[in-house]
Ligand binder design. Structure first.
Ligand SMILES: *Cc1c(COP(=O)(O)O)cnc(C)c1O
Length: 216
């Protein structure tokens, strides 16, 4: 299987400041091990149960990112070990992550998901909802979470201009927010089909699945 070769090929296209999340959802642990042996240590998963099982089965120096849509009632299962939660889109979810992180004596890093696509089906906050969350007094008491950046997904389209516009929109929101909070370092945008464009628009973290592991 060409997983190691695919990884080398992709990494050769990533500037040093861009982190690669290998998106391994639906793929068997043997495939993840192949990526692991090729040096990959950050994996992204969309489903809580699958992530928990893979965490149990695989080496403990892997950093697990949750990149799917997280339901509050499932946070508890991830809280002991998850290293970054990408898709946080409500204050209520932040509160639950904070609570479960505290129960585990941890601080959990989170990205707030911004809705940049043209599709209703994608999750995320608009700019006003984002500002409400980051400027609220309530957030200051959540000592067991750390908001480290933003995440977004572009519209599923062939139209490169539209994708570029959406990525630039997210970058603008990110830069504005950074003037208020210098702790924000991560801008998670870009997948197999659009990561070079995302990087040129300012991405610092790409989430790549099918170009590494093959189609799902
Ligand atoms: C599946 C998924 C990816 C990876 O998609 P590919 O097109 O396979 O690279 C990235 N981000 C999210 C949120 C995903 O659900």
């Amino acid at each position: 299987m060409p997983i190691a070769k695919n990884l080398t090929e992709i990494k050769s296209q990533l500037p040093a400041h861009v982190t690669l999340v290998a998106v391994s959802k639906t793929k068997p642990v043997a495939d993840l091990m192949e990526a692991y042996h090729a040096g990959q240590r950050i994996f992204g998963e969309n489903y809580v149960q699958e992530l928990v099982e893979k965490h149990e089965a695989l080496p403990k120096d892997i950093q697990w990112h949750f990149i799917g849509h997280l339901q509050s009632r499932k946070v508890k299962q991830l809280a002991p070990f998850v290293s970054l939660i990408h898709g946080v889109d409500s204050f209520k979810l932040l509160q639950e992550i904070n609570k479960q992180a505290a129960n585990n004596n941890r601080i959990i890093d989170c990205l707030l998901q911004i809705h940049i696509a043209d599709e209703e089906t994608k999750f995320g906050l608009d700019e006003e909802e984002l500002n409400d969350i980051v400027t609220s007094d309530d957030i200051k008491i959540l000592e067991n979470i750390r908001i480290v950046g933003l995440m977004g997904m572009a519209t599923f389209t062939e139209n490169q201009n539209q994708i570029e516009k959406e990525f630039n929109h997210l970058k603008t929101i990110f830069d504005k927010l950074r003037t208020q909070n210098s702790e924000l370092k991560t801008l998670s945008m870009g997948m197999s089909g659009d990561f070079p464009l995302a990087i040129s628009c300012g991405s610092t973290m790409v989430r790549i699945g099918s170009s590494i592991f093959g189609s799902r």
